[in-house]
Write a protein that binds this ligand. Sequence first.
Ligand code: GDP
Ligand code: MG
Length: 541
Amino acid sequence: MSPDRAVLRRALERGEQEGGSVEFKERLTEHLHLSEGRLESLAAQLRHRVLSGDGEATYVVGVTDDGGLAGISPEEFSESMDVLSLLAEEASAHIEEVKTWGVDGVANGDADADHGIVGVATIREGAVLEDDDHIVVGTAGHVDHGKSTLVGSLVTGEADDGEGSTRGFLDVQPHEVERGLSADLSYGVYGFDDDGPVRMDNPHRKSDRARVVEESDRLVSFVDTVGHEPWLRTTIRGLVGQKLDYGLLTVAADDGVTATTREHLGILLATDLPTIVAITKTDLVTDERVSEVEHEVERALREVDKTPLRVERHGVETAIEEISETVIPVMTTSAVTRDGLGDLDAMFEALPKTAGEVGDFRMYVDRTYNVQGVGPVASGTIKSGEVEAGDDLLIGPMQDGTFREVQVRSIEMHYHRVDEATAGRIVGIALKGVREADIDRGMALLPADADPNPVKTFEAEVMVLNHPTRIGEGYEPVVHLETVSEAAAFYPEGGQLLPGDAGRTTVEFKFRSYLVEEGQKFVFREGRSKGVGTVTDVTTD
Ligand code: GDP
Ligand code: MG
């Protein structure tokens, strides 16, 4: 048993005790645990656990009351973490760290555990790190293509031995150490001050992390996106409280571009995340092979209408200036020789927070809850513009397609009440003029003078990332667009879409209309099939 697995064992052994700091939960749901009354009592319980543990509590999720391993799906776990982060917020605390274990082993690499997972969340008193000089990077890439190692080598400054020594520095998940796999959520932070990088000596030590945060003028956190969109949208909230700024996709020089690489790339780009591609493990192959993989990567990028930019050729400065939703810097790295890692440092030292879009205020509701004495709160990431307490807004579309006038009672941004908030921030907006029961995920908030035109049907350009056969008329995936997750029917132009091909289709939500706008990106999936799309026309309703 690795030392890390002992974390779970110890928590289970200590068990839930009256006046102790450990709490067992099978799962937490928005529906049950954020309901009126329940939220407050659970937050009080959490507060109590935190105080009992001298500022630190442990929540074991996916276990029964008596500590049996129940195991819940990654989606359920994600929702549980989301709820837990809100409870923590309510109790003036935050989730500091999450570790998960597959109950019955991991089925395929970085993806989800087939038999459910259990997790241990460490809750700490006080606010989470949050600041404009903190960029959050989501990593993705085929399993074993060097994500953890690259992050480990960046945050510690140490070279890897090619056998997993560096990723051992990180808070990798216990089962991964055993199995040599990785699906960690939050796994590294480093920073910069006037003299350059401020790195971890030993990321296992909390004090070391605190020192880096303290000494740095700018911080870079890495979060694993696990190639798993629900995590992308939700759990990250609890860990960093802000949206991802950049994607970092690894492609191992020996394996090259794989189906998983393409899938992850598609999803990163579908979420409009400016992304850097790092070709890793260049020490293992010849120069010819490196340029072969560079070409493979460039082809894969061009296929999805992106422009690759070779950092070695054009320089870091150019890459920093040019990186965008369409220009993708490609660099070659080795964690063993640390080739290319200096360039990555230079990028991370200078890359701006990806400013939210300017323009009118827009926020898609991610979740809602009632807070006693405050009323309904809609939370989500501000997509564009800014919002102030007292603003008049519209929310909708309601079931009947209309928008309702509401007023902003107050704005919560992590534990603090704020007077205003701008694009990119995750906020809870308390609303006057609407009942919580009337607000759903996927609705939009926008200025009172907007003239929104919700639609049930729209036209899109889509690309099937992986589907065994053609997609025909009436294919019914779930469409994830902004915070909308809704079944929709596809009616492809010409009757079908082929895997790997881009094509046009009409998309029709099955049950209701949403505010959809041209240019919005979305992901769709049905069973094992998955694809990405861009909204091209919303006037066909
Ligand atoms: P992940 O699954 O994408 O997080 O991949 P890991 O970071 O766990 O790396 C998988 C294996 O590749 C480990 O044994 C690493 O030591 C090894 N590795 C990672 N990067 C490099 C590299 O640049 N060069 C060499 N030779 N091995 C590497
Ligand atoms: Mg890993």
